[in-house]
Design a binder for this molecule. Structure first.
Ligand code: GLN
Length: 214
């Protein structure tokens, strides 16, 4: 590694949900890429300021965003994303990033959202907990081999803005998107035992860090 390259810091929003699973998948990604880096839990604004990339894990989006709002981290996360910090939102994390979320049963969910991602999300679009499933997905961005998507009370993307690229679909529903520095997935890449999504994300953070340092 050249002396110029700095160690990357990947944050995982640390309030609720599958935090440990994302830490483990990120560790694997760093190792697979042979990138020097550390993983830190992010709860408070000052922690959100210092990471080079942030993962918003799956779990319960209403709980996570309420806790993040209480700690006053949401505005800092929003600012960092609009400045270009790479962010990966999986399931509940993607819901938090969206500009609007609704549920077929209750309509607009009126939850606190970060809002940088120009999509509308339908929560629980594949049914409730009992309807959890796995499906093979074609995600060109990650290579030819199919990616095992783990769907748990999964949302789907029902509207996309003009800067949003659809990167995976399942039965005509949009299940993964990319908008510049933002990746969102309906499924849980941290549970598939395949580090390709986390590797892709870590690379985005490393590339940005090296560009800034150059
Ligand atoms: N349905 C959950 C929510 O709305 C997301 C489920 C998940 O992250 N596995 O927050």
């Amino acid at each position: 590694m050249s002396g110029k390259k700095k160690s990357v810091i990947i944050g995982v929003l640390g309030f609720q949900g599958d935090i440990e699973e994302n830490v483990a998948a990120t560790k694997d990604a760093l190792q697979d890429l042979q990138v020097e880096g550390s993983i830190e839990l992010v709860r408070y604004p000052e922690e959100a300021e210092k990471v080079d990339g942030l993962i918003l894990p799956g779990g319960e989006s209403t709980v996570q965003s309420t806790l993040a709002a209480i700690q006053r981290s949401l505005p800092v996360i929003k600012k960092r994303i609009s400045e270009g910090m790479p962010v990966l939102g999986t399931c509940a994390g993607m819901i938090m990033l969206s500009r609007r979320a609704f549920d077929r049963v209750i309509g607009d969910t009126k939850q606190k959202l970060i809002g940088n991602l120009d999509v509308v999300i339908e929560r629980n679009a594949f049914g409730r907990q009992g309807d959890s499933f796995e499906a093979d997905l074609d995600i060109g961005m990650l290579g030819k081999e199919v990616f095992k998507g783990v769907f748990i009370r999964a949302p789907a993307v029902s509207e996309v803005g003009k800067d949003v690229e659809v990167i995976a679909k399942l039965n005509n529903k949009i299940v993964a998107i990319k908008q510049k520095n933002i990746i969102g997935t309906s499924f849980h890449p941290e549970l598939s035992g395949d580090s390709r999504m986390h590797r892709h994300f870590v690379k985005m953070a490393v590339d940005l860090k090296n560009k800034v340092a150059a």
